[in-house]
Design a protein around this ligand. Structure first.
Ligand SMILES: Nc1ncnc2c1ncn2[C@@H]1O[C@H](COP(=O)(O)OP(=O)(O)OP(=O)(O)O)[C@@H](O)[C@H]1O
Ligand SMILES: [Mg+2]
Length: 606
C-alpha cells in the first residue's frame, strides 16, 4: 500500500462512524419495547421454523410421491400438498402479524428519538442557538431522524426474519446434502468483504448528503421566511437566492445519485453469484453421483429450491448491514446532538426563589464575554456592580452595543457570567432552579416574537389557563384591546408568521399584554416602546407605569424621555456603568447622560 493509500484509509476510518460503536446505543433505543420485541422474535422464529419444512416436503413429494417405485402415490402426494399449502398460508399470516409489530415498534422508537432530541435541544443554552443556524438544527430533527426511520422500522424484523430464514435454509441444505451446501457457501466470504467496503463508502456519502441537505434546509429557512423574502425583494436578490439554492441542490442531486449507485455493482454481483449456483450445483451433482454419493432428483430440486429461496433473505441481510452502515452516519449526527451538554443547568441543590426578597436584583462585579467572541476582544461586560431594590423602577441607557440587552439576559441566567455574580432575590442565580427563576421574570424583548397562531393563543402563552376576562384586562392595560376587537376575528385573529400581519407597534403592545398576563415580580422592558409613535408611546408608557407599580421594573431605553421618572438610571458604556443616579442628579452632574438628554430634547424640538 502506498503512503497516499494509507492516508486515505486513515481518513476514511476517521470519517465513517463505526457501526459497532453505535449498535449498543441503537439497541438501547429499543429497550422500552422489550415485550413487543420478544413477541416479534417468537413470531419470526415460528415463521422461520415453518419455512424449513416445505423444501423437505418437496423432496418427499418427488422421491416418495411423484416418482415412487410403483408409480405416483397420489394419496400421499395429496397429503403433502395440503400440508405445504397450510404452511404457506400460516407463514403469510404470521408475516402480516409480525410486520404490524415491527412497524409499531420502529415508528415508536423513531418518534421517541425525535422527542428526545427536541426536548434536549430545548434545554440547550441560548448561546447554542445564537451560534447555530436554525435550519441546521431543524435538519437534524427532520432529515436525520427521518433518514434512520427505515433502519428503525425494518431492521429488527429484517435481521431476525432473514437470519432465521437463512439459518433454517442452511439447515435444510445440510440435511439434503452437505457437499452441495459447501459449493453454495464457498464464495460467501468474498461477499462479506465486498459488502464492508461498499458500506464504508456509502456511510461517507451519506454524511455528505445529510450535510448538504441541512445546508439546503438552512437556505430554505432563511430565504423563504417573511424577513428573508423581504430582504431578497428589497435588494433584488431573488435570482441570487435561487442560484444559491440551485447550487446546493445540484450537489444534493449528485450525492443522491452517488449514494444510490454506490451499492449497485455489489448487489448485481451478489445476484449473479446467487443465480449461477444452481447451474454449478447440477455440474457438481453429476460429479458426486459419478463418485457414488447418493443424490436423487428430489435432492437436487429441493436443494435448488431452498437455495433460490435463500437469495432474498441473504440479500435482505446484506442490505440491512449496508443500511446500518449508511445510517450510522445519521445516527452519529443525532447522537452528537444528544450528547451536547447544556451549559446552563440546575445543580442538584438548586432551590426555588426566596419570596422574602422578591424583586431585588443585584450584580456584583459581573464580567461577561460571549463564548464565540474572540479571546483578544474585551469582554462585553467589564465589572458591573449595581443593586436594584424591590419595587424600584430602574433604567439602563447608553449607546448601541454598550451591553444593555446582555445585562438583561444575565438576570434570568440565559447566559452564565464569566466572573462575579448575579443575584436574584438575594440568591446567586446559579443556586436557583431555572424554572422558578424564570417564572418570576417577565421580558419584553427588543425583537418581539409571536407564534403563527391567534392573538389569544399568543397571549395565553404566558398563562395557559388565562380566562377571557384576564386576556381582555391585560390587552386593555397594554392599550391594544381596542385594536384587537377592531379586527374581524378579534382575539381569534391569526397573527401570521412571526406576527408579520401586525404593525410593529401592535406586535409590541401584544408582547406587553403577554408579559402582563404573566404578572412577574421583575419586569424587563428592552426598548418596549421603541416601535410606537409618540402618542401611543404615551398611552403605553402609562400602561407600563401602571404595570410597573408593585414590581421591580428594569427598562432599557434609547428615548430618555420615557425614563425621566425612574428611581435610578444607570448609564452603560462599553460594558461598564459610567454614571448612576436619578434624572435630576445626572443632569446636575452634567456628564454623559446630561449630554445625551440635551441632544435628544434638541432634536425632538427641531
Ligand atoms: N450572541 C452574541 N455573540 C457574540 N457577541 C454578541 C452577541 N450578542 C451581542 N453581542 C455583542 O455584545 C455587545 C453588546 O450587545 P448588546 O445587545 O447587549 O448591546 P445593547 O446595549 O443592547 O445595544 P442596542 O442598544 O443596540 O440594543 C455588542 O458589541 C454585540 O456585538
Ligand atoms: Mg439591545
Amino acid at each position: 500500500m502506498s503512503g497516499g493509500d494509507a492516508d486515505a484509509q486513515r481518513e476514511e476510518n476517521a470519517n465513517a462512524p463505526r457501526v459497532a460503536h453505535l449498535l449498543p446505543r441503537i439497541a438501547h433505543l429499543f429497550r422500552p419495547h422489550r415485550r413487543a420485541l420478544v413477541v416479534t422474535v417468537v413470531l419470526v422464529v415460528v415463521g422461520a421454523g415453518l419455512a424449513v419444512l416445505p423444501p423437505l416436503l418437496t423432496k418427499q413429494a418427488f422421491d416418495l410421491g411423484l416418482f415412487a417405485p410403483g408409480g405416483p402415490n397420489v394419496p400421499l402426494l395429496l397429503e403433502i400438498v395440503t400440508l405445504m399449502i397450510a404452511i404457506y398460508v400460516a407463514s403469510a399470516a404470521l408475516g402480516v402479524w409480525q410486520t404490524w409489530f415491527t412497524a409499531t415498534v420502529g415508528n415508536k422508537v423513531m418518534g421517541n428519538l425525535r422527542i428526545q432530541l427536541f426536548a434536549h435541544l430545548q434545554r440547550m443554552e441560548l448561546a447554542f442557538f445564537t451560534k447555530t443556524k436554525t435550519g441546521i438544527i431543524q435538519s437534524r430533527l427532520q432529515n436525520d431522524v427521518g433518514g434512520v426511520a427505515n433502519v428503525l422500522t425494518n431492521t429488527v424484523s429484517n435481521v431476525l426474519g432473514n437470519s432465521v430464514t437463512v439459518v433454517a435454509a442452511f439447515i435444510s441444505m445440510l440435511i439434503l446434502s452437505w457437499q452441495l451446501t459447501l459449493v453454495a457457501v464457498v464464495l460467501m466470504p468474498v461477499l462479506v468483504i465486498a459488502q464492508r467496503r461498499v458500506g464504508q463508502v456509502r456511510a461517507r456519502i451519506a454524511t455528505k448528503t445529510q450535510e448538504s441537505l441541512s445546508d439546503m434546509t438552512a437556505i430554505t429557512q432563511e430565504a423563504l421566511s417573511v424577513s428573508g423574502i423581504l430582504l431578497a425583494k428589497s435588494f433584488n436578490q431573488q435570482a441570487a437566492e435561487t442560484r444559491r439554492y440551485s447550487d446546493e441542490n445540484d450537489e444534493q442531486v449528485k450525492l443522491q445519485v452517488n449514494l444510490q449507485m454506490s451499492g449497485q455493482w455489489f448487489f448485481a454481483m451478489v445476484q449473479i453469484f446467487l443465480a449461477i449456483i444452481p447451474a454449478i450445483v447440477y455440474l457438481v451433482s453429476a460429479w458426486l453421483i459419478l463418485g457414488d454419493v447418493p443424490i436423487t432428483a428430489g435432492t437436487i430440486v429441493a436443494f435448488t429450491t431452498v437455495q433460490a429461496r435463500l437469495m432474498w433473505p441473504l440479500l435482505g441481510l446484506m442490505r440491512v448491514a449496508l443500511d446500518l452502515q449508511t445510517s450510522s452516519a445519521l445516527f452519529a449526527r443525532i447522537f452528537e446532538y444528544l450528547d451536547l451538554r447544556p451549559e446552563i443547568t440546575d445543580h442538584p441543590e438548586a432551590r426555588p426563589v426566596d419570596t422574602a426578597n422578591l424583586g431585588r436584583v443585584s450584580f456584583d462585579d459581573v464580567v461577561f464575554a460571549y463564548p464565540d467572541s474572540g479571546p483578544e476582544s474585551p469582554p462585553t461586560l467589564r465589572g458591573l456592580t449595581f443593586e436594584i431594590q424591590p419595587g424600584q423602577y430602574a433604567a439602563f441607557v447608553g449607546p448601541s452595543g454598550a451591553g444593555k440587552t446582555t445585562i438583561s439576559y444575565l438576570i434570568p441566567r440565559f447566559h452564565s457570567v464569566s466572573g462575579g455574580r448575579v443575584s436574584f432575590a438575594g440568591t446567586d442565580v446559579r443556586d436557583l432552579a431555572q424554572e422558578s427563576l424564570v417564572s418570576r421574570i417577565g421580558i419584553v424583548s427588543q425583537e418581539t416574537y409571536l407564534f403563527h397562531a391567534t392573538i389569544g393563543d399568543n397571549l395565553r402563552y404566558a398563562k395557559p389557563d388565562a380566562t377571557a376576562a384576564e386576556l381582555r384586562a391585560a390587552a386593555t392595560a397594554a392599550n391594544i384591546h381596542d385594536t384587537i376587537v377592531s379586527f374581524p376575528d378579534g382575539y381569534d385573529t391569526v397573527v401570521g408568521e412571526r406576527g408579520y400581519r401586525l404593525s410593529g407597534g401592535e406586535k409590541q403592545r401584544i408582547a406587553i399584554a403577554r408579559v402582563l398576563l404573566k404578572d412577574p415580580a421583575v419586569l424587563i422592558l428592552d426598548e418596549a416602546t421603541s416601535a410606537l409613535d409618540s402618542i401611543s408611546e404615551r398611552v403605553v408608557q402609562g400602561a407600563l407605569d401602571a404595570a410597573a407599580s408593585g414590581r421591580t421594573t428594569i427598562a432599557i431605553a434609547h428615548r430618555l424621555s420615557t425614563i425621566v421618572a425612574a428611581d435610578v438610571i444607570f448609564v452603560v458604556d462599553a460594558g461598564r456603568i459610567v454614571e448612576r443616579g436619578t434624572h435630576d442628579q445626572l443632569m446636575a452632574l452634567g456628564g454623559v447622560y446630561a449630554g445625551l438628554y440635551r441632544e435628544q430634547v434638541r432634536s425632538a424640538r427641531s
